[in-house]
Design a protein around this ligand. Structure first.
Ligand code: ATP
Length: 437
C-alpha cells in the first residue's frame, strides 16, 4: 500500500464510521475546518483526558487553567504576534491557476498545483483571525481569536502564583481552541484554521531551565509511546541555532511519520524569560516571582511543551490503522490503546430473534455502561458485527448466546488477537476493567 493510498483509506474510514466530517459539508465544505463525529469526539476527548491526567493530575508541580479565547489586544502586541506572526505568501502568476501559496512550500521553485515558475513578490501575511467586539465595528473594537493558548497562561501567571501559593518550579497547563488563518490548510486535520492545542508553561529558576527542558522532552516523547505510538514512527528533531526565535535557548520537535512525511506533533521550547518580561513591559505590572523565604525576585525561565490535540488524534488514528487477511477476507482494525479507544466494549446478542438472549445482552450493557463506554448492536450477523467493531477499534466484544442463559457466562473476544474467552457475567465488569487499564 502506498502512503497516499493509506491516507485516502483513513480519511474514508474516518467519514464512513463517524470519526471526522468535513465542516459544513452540505454547503460544499469550509476549507481548513473539520467536525468530529460521534466516535471522533470520543477519541479526541480521550486524547485530551490522557494529556490532562499525565501533565496535571499525575504530577505535583502542574496546575490547570482554562482562559478565554478572546484576550485584550495588547496581549498580541506584547507577544509579538501583531507584528511577527506572519507567513510569507506568493501568488502563482499562471492565470489559470492563481493559487495563493506559502513561499516556503514551493516544490523546488515550482507551483505545487500547476508546476508554474512565475510568482508575485513574496509578502507577509498575518495569520491571526480578526473579529470585533461589542456593537461598534471600528478599530477600537478589534480583537483576535487567539492563535495559541500559551498567552492566556502568561497573563495569568501572577493570578496563579497568588491564588495557589506555588513555588518554583511549577507549571500551568491549558488546552483549548486556537485559530490561525493558514495560507494552505491541508493534509486532513493536520493543518487547519481552527484547532485545539494542549500547552504547558513550566516556570523554573533560570539555572534549572536546561535540565527541565530535557526532562520535558523525555516526558512528552514518552507520553505518545505509552499511548501506543510505534517507536519507529516517532522521533525528536532538535532545532538548529539559526531556526530558533531570538529569545529561545532551545527547541525540539516531536515528529510523527505521517503518510505525507515526518511532521511536527509538538514542540518543546526553552523560551527563557522572554514572555513574562514582555507582558511586564506592556502591562506595567511586576510579573517577577518573589521567593517567599528569601524575598528575592526573579523572572523565571519558561519551558513550553506545546502540542496539537488534532494532530495527536490524527497520529493515533494513523498509527492504529491495521489491515490483515483473515479467512481470505480483509480485516481492518484500529488498534487503539485501550485508554484512547472511543468504545471500550460492544455487547452483541448471537441471535437477535431470541428474546431471552436480547434481554440478557441489554441488561449486561446497561450495567457495563455505568463504568465504561459501551454499545449494543444486533443489526447484523455476528461475524459482521465483529468486523464493524474492529474497524472502529472497540477493545472487547461480549457475545451473549443460548448457553449464556443457562450458565450465566458470556464470550469475550479481544480485538487485536481475536481470541475468545468464556467469562461468568458476575466477573465480567472486573475482568474488563482490569484489561482496559
Ligand atoms: P507548523 O510549523 O506545523 O505550522 P508551528 O511550529 O507553527 O507548526 P506551534 O506554533 O509551535 O506550531 O504550535 C504548537 C502546536 O500546535 C503544533 O505542534 C501543532 O501540533 C499545533 N498546531 C499549530 N498550528 C496548527 C494548525 N494549523 N492545525 C493544527 N494544529 C496546529
Amino acid at each position: 500500500m502506498t502512503q497516499p493510498d493509506l491516507m485516502d483509506k483513513i480519511v474514508a474510514l474516518a467519514k464512513r464510521r463517524g470519526f471526522i466530517f468535513q465542516s459544513s459539508e452540505i454547503y460544499g465544505g469550509l476549507n481548513g475546518a473539520w467536525d468530529y463525529g460521534p466516535l471522533g469526539a470520543e477519541l479526541k476527548r480521550n486524547v485530551k483526558n490522557a494529556w490532562w491526567q499525565s501533565v496535571v493530575h499525575h504530577r505535583d508541580d502542574v496546575v490547570g487553567l482554562d482562559a478565554a479565547i478572546l484576550m485584550h489586544p495588547r496581549t498580541w502586541e506584547a507577544s509579538g504576534h501583531t507584528v511577527n506572526f506572519a507567513d510569507m505568501m506568493v501568488d502563482c502568476k499562471n492565470t489559470e491557476c492563481s493559487k495563493r501559496l506559502r513561499a516556503d512550500q514551493l516544490n523546488n521553485g515550482k507551483c505545487p498545483s500547476c508546476g508554474g515558475t512565475l510568482f508575485t513578490e513574496a509578502r507577509a501575511f498575518n495569520l491571526m483571525l480578526k473579529t470585533s467586539l461589542g456593537a461598534m465595528e471600528d478599530s477600537s473594537s478589534v480583537v483576535y481569536l487567539r492563535p495559541e493558548t500559551a498567552q492566556g497562561i502568561f497573563v495569568n501567571f501572577a493570578n496563579v502564583v497568588d491564588s495557589m501559593h506555588r513555588k518554583l518550579p511549577f507549571g500551568i497547563a491549558q488546552m483549548g481552541k486556537s485559530f490561525r488563518n493558514e495560507i494552505t490548510p491541508g493534509n486532513f486535520t493536520f493543518r487547519t484554521r481552527e484547532f485545539e492545542q494542549m500547552e504547558i508553561e513550566y516556570f523554573c529558576p533560570p539555572q534549572e531551565a536546561e535540565q527541565k527542558y530535557r526532562e520535558w522532552i523525555d516526558a512528552r516523547f514518552g507520553w505518545y509511546i505509552n499511548l501506543g505510538i510505534k517507536k519507529e514512527n516517532l522521533r525528536l528533531r532538535e532545532h538548529h541555532k539559526d531556526e530558533l526565535a531570538h529569545y529561545a535557548a532551545g527547541c525540539t520537535d516531536v515528529e510523527y511519520n505521517f503518510p505525507f512525511g515526518w511532521s511536527e506533533l509538538e514542540g518543546i521550547a526553552n523560551r527563557t524569560d522572554y514572555d513574562l518580561k514582555q507582558h511586564a513591559k506592556f502591562s506595567g505590572k511586576d510579573l517577577q516571582y518573589q521567593d517567599p523565604v528569601t524575598n528575592e525576585k526573579v523572572y523565571p525561565f519558561v519551558i513550553e511543551p506545546s502540542g496539537g490535540c488534532d494532530r495527536a488524534a490524527l497520529a493515533f488514528l494513523v498509527d492504529a490503522y491495521h489491515e490483515e487477511t483473515v479467512n481470505d477476507a480483509l480485516r481492518v482494525v484500529l488498534k487503539f490503546h485501550p485508554q484512547l479507544a472511543p468504545i471500550k466494549v460492544a455487547v452483541l446478542p448471537l441471535l437477535k430473534k431470541n428474546d431471552s438472549i436480547v434481554a440478557l445482552a441489554k441488561k449486561i450493557k446497561s450495567e457495563l455502561q455505568k463504568e465504561m463506554v459501551c454499545v449494543y448492536d444486533d443489526t447484523a450477523a455476528i461475524g459482521k458485527l465483529y468486523r464493524r467493531q474492529d474497524e472502529v477499534g472497540t477493545v472487547f466484544c461480549v457475545t451473549v448466546d443460548v448457553q449464556s442463559i443457562q450458565d450465566q457466562q458470556v464470550t469475550v473476544r479481544f480485538r487485536d488477537t481475536m481470541q475468545q474467552e468464556r467469562i461468568p457475567i458476575a466477573r465480567l465488569s472486573g475482568y474488563l476493567k482490569e484489561k482496559l487499564i
